[in-house]
Write a protein that binds this ligand. Structure first.
Ligand code: SF4
Ligand code: SF4
Length: 461
């Protein structure tokens, strides 16, 4: 960091002015390659966000986070409370992923992928530009006495904001209660779905307040991930950074002797949605949106100097003057991230649809049968973790072992339900050469093997 930089900026928050009041940010719309990429990414993201709740796989939603019932659906696979171990491992991997990703790539998630930034910068801010004009125009108009036209424009803006917030709220709810649940709340009388209706209104107002008024404060004050970055980042983390070696000393006059490349135009600050000056160094408020990179590249082009005075680089890379390169550290951490992702994918893919436990019925001893076999009595508890009713029967892996089910044997299992039944395992005495022998029982759905379980057979050896 350049010694010339005054550290006074660290004593106050970027969205609070000297009088302690909210410093409303009139960010200018950036123009440039990265902003274009972000725009395309946002189209893709918004299409995905809206369409995913409508996609179903085998009758299950593609993604659903049914928090009230503790159930989660990923890629159509339902995870119930019985999968809590996998859920725990998944959460652990997720947290590790966040830590390592932030350690290497800084806060790029915030600026490019986080729904808060996508909706704020790519939806609500663009609508505001369209209705009220660019940042400078809004700032000038708000300083003046409001005209009738301004009242009309602001009213239209807030109605549109509210309507979009209602849409986001419904889509958001459909990730929790399913799209069918949302349509049911809309179709049926409110009295049938008071909780659902209240949730709809609450989320609509919450999104409206966030995008119309709270805005960047979510990223700079409220979001815990933003707070965490202070401990997750180090001097090798890749961030949006100002190359002070090249930029300083700043000089507005082109080609002044000894002057750096920064022409002190202030464009990097004017486009910043959190109102910070990245030339002061890494700051908590920077969401790595890269708007300042685009703005500065445009200015560098205008004055005929090379781009990337503000760029993606680590503090160490800037200090050493080296260009960005994939270091051994980045490669090894990225490989570790890949391994974590593969581990999670293996857990998900190898997860079974039927979850079963087989126990010998307590108090029951070995029985000798008239057909010359000996038997033990078992109870099986099976949960069908899918949403569908599935065919079900039991088969012993050893063809000489017979399963005799008691009572009314089940031929199917209802979705998301736990069922129980009792059965005898009949074996030839010659097959039982120890006091305890394990026999493999296959849980089948039609011809498909759903799971294998061991049944412990106890003889009188
Ligand atoms: S400093 Fe640059 S990257 Fe950081 S929030 Fe501001 S404009 Fe975005
Ligand atoms: S946009 Fe670039 S040239 Fe202009 S003030 Fe910022 S760093 Fe300096």
């Amino acid at each position: 960091m350049s010694e010339a930089i005054n550290e006074e900026f660290r004593n106050r928050h970027s969205t609070i002015n000297k009088e302690g009041k909210r410093n409303w940010i009139y960010a200018l719309q950036p123009k440039g390659k990265l902003y274009q990429y972000r725009t395309w990414l946002s189209y893709f993201y918004l299409i995905l966000f809206v369409s995913l709740p409508f996609i179903k796989i085998d009758g299950n939603p593609m993604f659903q986070f049914n928090l009230p019932e503790g159930e989660f659906t990923f890629f159509g696979v339902l995870f119930t409370p019985q999968d809590f171990i996998m859920f725990g491992i998944g959460m652990l991997i997720f947290i590790l992923f966040i830590i390592i990703f932030t350690l290497i790539y800084g806060r790029i998630f915030c600026g490019w992928i986080c729904p808060q930034t996508i909706f704020m910068e790519m939806v609500f801010r663009k609508i505001e530009y369209f209705i009220e004009g660019d940042g400078n125009k809004q700032k000038n108009n708000n300083k003046k006495e409001w005209t009738t036209e301004m009242y009309v424009r602001k009213t239209i803006k807030h109605i549109v904001f509210l309507a979009i917030s209602f849409g986001i709220s419904n889509i958001f709810l459909s990730y929790i209660i399913g799209i069918d649940g949302v349509f049911t709340i809309m179709r049926e009388p409110i009295s049938n779905h008071v909780v659902g209706f209240v949730a709809m209104v609450f989320f609509t107002l919450a999104f409206y307040v966030v995008y119309a008024f709270v805005r960047e404060i979510v990223c700079t004050v409220i979001c815990p991930y933003g707070r965490l970055q202070g401990v997750l980042l180090d001097k090798n983390s890749i961030l949006v950074a100002y190359n002070y070696l090249r930029g300083e000393p700043r000089n507005k006059k082109k080609n002044s002797d000894g002057a750096g490349d920064c022409i002190d135009c202030g464009m990097c600050v004017n486009v910043c949605p959190t109102n910070i000056d990245i030339r002061n160094g890494t700051q908590l408020e920077c969401i790595n949106c890269t708007a300042c990179i685009d703005a500065c590249n445009m200015m560098m082009k205008n004055v005929g100097r090379p781009p990337e005075l503000i760029t993606f680089a680590s503090e160490n890379a800037i200090a050493s003057g080296k260009k960005f390169e994939f270091t051994y550290r980045i490669k090894s951490y990225t490989a570790f991230l890949g391994i974590l992702m593969v581990l999670l994918a293996v857990l998900v893919v190898t997860r079974t649809t039927f979850d079963a436990t087989i126990m010998r019925v307590p108090g029951q001893t070995l029985q000798e049968n008239s057909d010359g076999t000996i038997s033990n009595l078992y109870r099986i508890k099976v949960t069908n973790k899918s949403n569908l009713t599935l065919a079900y029967h039991l088969v012993a892996a050893d063809p000489t072992v017979k399963i005799e089910r008691i009572g009314q044997p089940l031929d199917s299992l209802k979705g998301r339900q736990l069922t129980e039944e009792t059965f005898f395992l009949k074996v030839l005495p010659a097959n039982v050469k120890k006091r305890k022998v394990d026999f493999e029982i296959k849980l089948m759905s039609g011809t498909k093997l759903m799971e294998s379980k061991k049944a412990v057979f106890i003889s009188e050896y």
